[in-house]
Design a protein around this ligand. Structure first.
Ligand code: MRU
Length: 352
């Protein structure tokens, strides 16, 4: 399995996603500031991977802390969490992970410092293992929605590289392929950062899953030609009503899917659902550096001085979403009740 990120004695080790697909290199972050930079600069990206990376960054920061009392350690803890929370605003898994680490820290505050340090490392490692298990569960549920054969379109990278392993949307595809479905993946290239052509294509090729890369503006035509039986994407944040924030371009794909009568599925763990956001308008959208749009592989593609927009995500209204696959089952509209039920349930398939 691809090791997207892992805890090591030397620090937190990441596959460098800015270098893929041409170079498979790894970076080891030796302090929490380096982990925060790795998240900001997209050495690691994808909502679930960002969450676990932040948890490991917090564990690393606390491990390295020179604090001599509980009070000093708490001051360091707050500082580390503050830095982590400023890295990427849309992926709610980041805030979920910080909250979980904080709850653990508060529970252990009166214990000897070495015990607290060890417990936080173990908590981050537990989150890593749980993420893989959640993806495999999502895969089992989601595979039931996949066609026995045919084209499945995905946008961005919601694969092993966006998680601790197996993937959310690509986990669903993997599980379907493992059970014998003959799926051909169409991967949108995903301008401007090219997660589809660089990362999704790379990991599917490694698994031997037939894959065609298309540029984003080909998706409508490919659907019109009848080549797509289903669409599955991941999410950075799902509002309580089922509105889905995901990589910029997802909304266009969802609208096109509706026009062509193609089911549009979202695969996301419960840690991606933000019950505090009543609808998509409450989700903060990250604006990234203009250079991601003006340059491709270091070469300038736009005239000097032209105005640029670079929102990293868009919001797909729930009415375009056929179903949301979580590790506890499949939610369907109305999502306000089905998602809440899943979050409160141990294991169920909730239908409207
Ligand atoms: O900007 P990125 O590459 O972090 O965006 C990633 C996505 O939009 C993914 O689809 C989402 O995080 C789900 S990953 C399982």
């Amino acid at each position: 399995m691809i090791q997207t990120l892992e805890w090591t004695d030397k620090g937190v080790r990441f596959i460098d996603q800015t270098k893929l697909p041409t170079e498979e290199t790894y970076v080891t972050c030796k302090d929490y500031e380096q982990v925060a930079d790795a998240i900001r600069n997209m050495i690691v990206r994808g909502a679930p991977a960002i969450g676990v990376a932040a948890a490991m960054g917090i564990a690393l920061g606390i491990k390295n802390s020179k604090a001599e009392s509980g009070g000093e350690l708490k001051r360091d803890f707050d500082q580390i969490c503050e830095v982590m929370s400023k890295t990427r605003p849309t992926a709610v898994n980041l805030f979920w992970a910080i909250r979980r680490m904080r709850e653990k820290f508060e529970m252990l505050r009166v214990r000897p410092l070495p015990q607290i340090k060890q417990a936080l490392i173990e908590e981050a490692q537990r989150m890593h293992a749980e993420d893989i298990a959640a993806n495999q569960a999502m895969g089992r549920f989601g595979a039931t929605l996949m066609p026995a054969s045919g084209g499945v379109l995905t946008h961005c990278n919601a694969g092993a590289l966006a998680t601790c392993g197996y993937g959310t949307a690509l986990g669903v595809i993997r599980a379907a392929v493992e059970q014998g479905n003959r799926i051909h993946v169409y991967a949108d290239e995903t301008r401007p950062f090219l997660q589809g052509s660089r990362l999704t294509a790379w990991e599917l090729m490694k698994d031997g899953i037939p894959t065609t890369v298309i540029s984003d503006n080909m998706a409508g035509s490919i659907m019109q030609q009848g080549k797509i039986a289903a669409i599955v994407v991941g999410a950075d944040r799902v509002a309580a009503n089922g509105d889905v924030a995901n990589k910029i371009g997802t909304y266009s794909v969802a609208v096109l899917a509706k026009e062509h009568g193609i089911p549009f599925y979202v695969a996301a763990p419960l840690s991606t659902i933000d019950f505090a956001a009543s609808d998509g308008s409450k989700i903060p959208i990250e604006q990234r550096n203009e250079k991601e749009v003006t340059h491709i592989a270091g070469k300038q593609m736009t005239p000097d001085g032209v105005q640029i927009e670079n929102p990293a995500f868009d919001v797909t209204p729930a009415k375009y979403v056929t179903a949301i696959v979580t590790e506890r089952g499949i939610a369907r509209a109305p999502y306000g009740t089905s998602l809440a039920k899943l979050a409160g349930a141990e294991s169920a398939v909730v239908k409207s």
